[in-house]
Design a protein around this ligand. Sequence first.
Ligand code: 5GP
Length: 196
Amino acid sequence: MARGLLIVFSGPSGVGKGTVRALFADREELNLAYSISMTSRPMRPGETDGVEYHFVSRDEFEKAIANDELLEYAEFVGNYYGTPKAYVEKLRDEGKNVLLEIEVQGASIVKEKCPDALSIFLIPPSMEELERRIRGRKTEPEEIIQQRLAKAQREMNMMSRYQYVICNDDAQLAADIIALIIERYARAKQQEEEQK
Ligand code: 5GP
């Protein structure tokens, strides 16, 4: 069985990655599995351990770093986030195309380690709209919102590192385009493998 692809999906905090992902992730033809990251961020209301993230303490996270258990990790607005290596490898070995929803520093590391990874960056229609979306979430204090907004500006400067930049004006349209990109990429990779 062919090994699955790695797909890096990034975009500034609040752009709607989760919403867009939910609109394409279940399409059977994409054969996707979502990589559940590890984080030291506190759980938000409505989140469940093992669903959005594996929630751990800073100590536990640092142990995972020391034991080389992470494919990549980064610090984002005061918390650690990282991709469990063994889990991703297992899914790829099972032939699944693995989706990593990660920020830009982690994405750079993945691109270095796995140059074949497909990379997609989601942008908001405008920075004003992004601010409205971050504030609309109403889950973070003002100080954190300000930090996330400043970070979003810096993240937007990194979009040229990605193969595809998609605007999330209409979430369904963005999801349809991303699904098409993944399908085409997977097909091209398969043809490459067959010609080897
Ligand atoms: P949030 O706190 O809003 O859930 O996530 C903050 C940022 O961390 C988002 O841009 C999210 O995509 C990113 N993130 C989530 N998991 C990972 C991960 O495993 N590695 C890295 N580098 N970033 C992650």
